[in-house]
Structure formats: C-alpha cells, structure tokens
Write a new protein. Structure first.
Length: 538
C-alpha cells in the first residue's frame, strides 16, 4: 500500500512551476515536448508520473537535474528546497547530482560501466561528495549493498555488471543513487525489464527506504499495477502536459480526464482464437537440456554446470500459443535460443515438422529457419540503424532468391499486415516509436511465412496502450496465418491474453504447465501462486 506522508500536508520538497522544455530543430524551428506543466512532491511522498511514450515523462524528470542535452531550453521554475535548479551554476548542479538528488535509470546494464567493479562504481559517488577514506568507502559500500538486498555483498565487491542478474544490477543502481543519503530519488522506469517478483521486491525496497529515511520519490512508470499499489499520488501526462493529478485511489477509481480513462482501460484482455480440434503437433521437445560448464583453476577444469535448461519437455500444435513465464534467470530465453538452434550445446530432441533439429549442421538448418522465426525483446537493438525498413524486411527474402518485384510485393503486404503504411519501407528505424519498431520486427519475421514464431519479451518495454495494440495484432495475425507461437514474457496479463496454454519455468526446470484458463484460475505450484499474486494484486 502507498505510504501516506506524516502530518496532514508536509511542505513540498520539489515544486515545478509552468515548466516548458524546447529543443532547437533545423533552421529556426523548435520542438516543445514539455508545454507548461506544474506539480509538487512533498517530503516523504512518492509521486508517480504516468503516460505513453513521448508524453514527456522522462524529459520532465531529467529537467530536475538539468540532464538534458545542451541545446535544450527551459522556461519556468524547478524549486528544490526553495532553490531554483534551472538557475543553478554548473558547480552547484554537480553538488546536487548524486548527493541531494539521486536517480535510477531505466536500463542498468547501459548505465553501469562494464569495465569497473561494483565497488568502484558505488565508491566513486562517495569520493565525489564526501571526504572519506578507502576503508570507510568500502564499509559504506557493503552497508548499501546489504540495505538493497544483495546476498553476500563481500563476494560481490569485485563483480562486474555482466556477472549480476537484472534484479541485482537494478539494486546496485539503487545503492549508487542512495550512497549519499539524498532527499529526492528519481526512479525512471526502474522495473521495466524485470519479472513480476523482482518488480515487487524493488518497489518494496523503495518503500522501506522511504519509511526509514523520509525519502521523496518521483516514480516514472508505464506499469499501472505497480503505480496503484505503491504511489501516494499520480500525475498523468499527455502530449507534454499534465492532464490530471490526484491521490492514487481516487484517480484509479474515479478518473476524470478522458485520456486517463483510456489509459486505465488499456489492460490487455480477451482470449486467443480457439484451436481447431484436428490441429497437428508442429513442435515436440523431449528432455531438452542446455548446460553451461563452470571452469576453475589454471587448467580450467570443469567443476560444475549451470543448468540453464534442465530436462524440459513440451509440445505445440498448429495455430497454438504456448506462454512461457518465470523470473529472470529461469531459462526462458535460453529455451528459445535452443529451439531455434542459435545455441548448439543441447541434448534431447527438438522435433519440428517431423524432423529432429538437434543433430542437424548449421548448413542443414538454413532450409528450416525460414519456417522458424524469432522476434527479440528490444526492436531498436535488433533492427540495423543503417538499413531502411524495406531492406530490413527483405533480408530473409534475398536468401530465398526471390525476384525483386516479388520481394517488393511481400514487403508491402507484410507492412500492411502489421498495420503500417507501406511507404514507411523507405524510412529508417530511428524514425519510429517503440511500438512501431516492434511491428517492423514482426513484419520481418512474418514476411517469410513461418510455421512457428518465437516472441521473446516482445512487449516488455512498451506502454500499456501499445501492449494492447500488439496483443490484438498478434491474435489477428495468428488467426489469419495459422502459425504456432512460443510467447516468452514476464508480463502475466499479456500472457493470459495471448496464450492457449502456459508453461512456468524456474531455475531451468518446468514447475507447472496447464491450459491458460486453469493455470490462471487454479495454480497448483507455490511458485506459480507467488507469480500470480505479484502480477494481479490490486
């Protein structure tokens, strides 16, 4: 539940008055993504800023620390403890950043330096703002790591970011942000790429820190379930303006603005089309294992194994969607890579269209891959920025040796299928929103008319409104084309809306599988019950 700040009305820690943010475009033209918004944050309060991508949420938050590019122009006032940070000198801003105001960015893997240990990155902030010895910095670093729930922190001091899980990296980011006991914490989509159990842990952690230190939090999130459970107040942004602000319970129960009402109604819902009774089995996996060796010592002898996928068996019929869920590190994506043979150290059988893929060479697999396509989590990272949309979609077609005219026709039909203008084939990925880029990635997979489509976290970084659009799109495309689908996600609401059956994984093992309706209404395994409780708690 949200924490109600002590006393009836604490004095505001942050006051934003009539904030405008403009960027100089080509020539004399300007863009104005933030158009005169005002809000405040009380001492010890968590204010959530919600809205679709492009609404101005992150720009507003980053303006509090003047973290926007040099060509950004500000108008209005941002008062922090009655000091206008927009008028502050560069030296004063250096004193505030990471000291009185901490910030957690959306993607910790890109925010943490891959070349530095965890201890060095946390200590850097301590040395910047405090006169502190190396020993004292190490003790404070250990204290912070314990506080944010890192197990055995002494063993993690010399770890690098890639050696930590997604949840652990996010906890390290929180530790860095809290190193100097700030008054305000800006959390910019801190749980986007995390599974539901980790999301809950991170938000509970922030709640505990608020209660302990009187910390104020500006939470930016597109996850309305988390906002409803943890925020004290909510401000809704649309096209650079705040269209509605209210306490959390009032806003969710009685939204006033039409945009707020549409945002709250954008939960993925409905069910996929029923399967044909005579649908044939297209994929049959038996006792699939993918173990990675652990090597130690001078001779690099194998001393154990990481059992990423450990004896998974499943089957999939034509036109069916199997949802695969579980926490980070459970083996979901590894299973997808094993099915597509993007990783080859597998044992067991993967029978696709009557043919076992495990013994096939990479050359033999080429003829199979046109029927077996994958869509990755991050469409911006998986689409080449140097190729036009048409070139991206046509890559697979060129390998088939199709004539140019037929390729062009297929590209146009693929874009129409995902509800994009065929003229967009002449543009580049950076010109599109996240949801549009994901549609392009789906078009690239569908242009080869696959029999099996694997979607690895295709909606995790998208707003609820865009998620709902992608869910409806996938259901329509499956009904029209009849492909089978493995749908990997940590978002159980999306999984429920697209899946005929669900498989739950943990530590490389299958802990439960059932038809979607039964699993969501009558989960049997305690871990499944825990996942559903975290995802659907009101």
């Amino acid at each position: 539940m949200p924490l109600t700040p002590a006393n009836s009305k604490p004095s505001p820690l942050v006051v934003v008055e009539d904030l405008h943010v403009r960027f100089q475009a080509t020539g004399t033209s300007q863009t104005e993504p933030v158009k005169g918004l005002s809000f405040d944050i009380a001492q010890g309060e968590m204010l959530a800023l919600v809205g679709e991508s492009g609404s101005g949420k992150s720009l507003t938050a980053h303006s509090i620390l003047k973290l926007l590019p040099d060509h950004a122009r500000y108008q209005g006032r941002i008062l922090f403890n009655d000091e206008d940070v927009l008028q502050a000198s560069a030296q004063r801003l250096q004193q505030l950043r990471g000291n009185r105001i901490g910030i957690i960015f959306q993607e910790p893997m890109t925010s943490l330096n891959p070349l530095h240990t965890i201890e060095k990155q946390i200590s850097e902030s301590l040395f910047q703002h405090q006169k502190i010895s190396n020993d004292a910095a190490q003790l404070r670093t250990l204290e912070l790591l314990r506080e944010v729930g890192i197990p055995e922190p002494e063993k993690r001091l010399n770890s690098y970011p890639h050696e930590l899980s997604g949840g652990q990296r996010q906890r390290v980011m929180i530790a860095m942000a809290l190193a100097n006991n700030p008054s305000l914490l800006i959390a910019d989509e801190p749980t986007t790429a995390l599974d539901v159990t980790l999301q809950e842990q991170i938000l509970h952690l922030l709640q505990d820190l608020r209660a302990k230190y009187g910390l104020s939090v500006l939470l930016i999130s597109h996850d309305l379930t988390l906002v409803r459970r943890f925020a004290d107040r909510v401000a809704v942004m649309h096209n650079g303006l705040i269209v509605e602000t209210n306490d959390t319970q009032t806003l969710f129960h009685h939204p006033q603005h039409p945009y707020t009402q549409s945002l709250l109604a954008a939960e993925p819902d409905g069910l996929p089309s029923p399967l044909a009774p005579d649908a044939e089995t297209i994929l049959n996996i038996q006792d699939l294992k993918l173990w990675f060796p652990i090597k130690n010592g001078f001779w690099q002898r194998v001393t154990g194994h990481i059992k990423a996928v450990d004896g998974i068996s499943l089957h999939l019929r034509t036109g069916e969607t199997l949802g695969i869920v579980g926490e980070s590190g459970s083996g979901k994506s590894t299973l997808a890579f094993a099915v597509t043979r993007l990783t080859t150290s597998t044992s067991g059988t993967i029978v696709f269209q009557g043919r076992d893929l495990v013994p096939l060479s990479q050359k033999e697999l080429r003829s199979v891959r046109k029927d077996l396509q994958i869509v990755f989590q991050d469409p911006y990272g998986s689409l080449s920025p140097r190729l036009s949309v048409g070139q991206i979609i046509s890559e697979g077609l060129e390998l088939l040796g199709l004539p140019h005219a037929e390729q062009e026709n297929r590209i146009i039909n693929a874009l129409l299928a995902v509800e994009l203008d065929p003229e967009s084939r002449h543009r580049y990925p950076h010109e599109f929103s996240g949801g549009q880029r994901q549609r392009i990635a789906i078009a690239r997979a569908l242009v080869l008319k696959p029999k099996l489509l694997i979607l690895d976290e295709p909606t995790s970084a998208l707003d609820r409104t865009v998620q709902k659009q992608i869910v409806l799109l996938l259901r329509r495309l499956q009904a029209e084309n009849g492909f089978a689908c493995l749908f990997i996600s940590h978002d159980l609401k999306v999984v429920k809306a697209v899946s005929h059956r669900v498989l739950v994984m943990r530590h490389g093992l299958m802990v439960e599988t059932n038809d979607s309706e039964t699993l969501f209404s009558q989960p049997q395994h305690p871990y499944t019950q825990q996942l559903l409780q975290a995802a659907f708690a009101g």
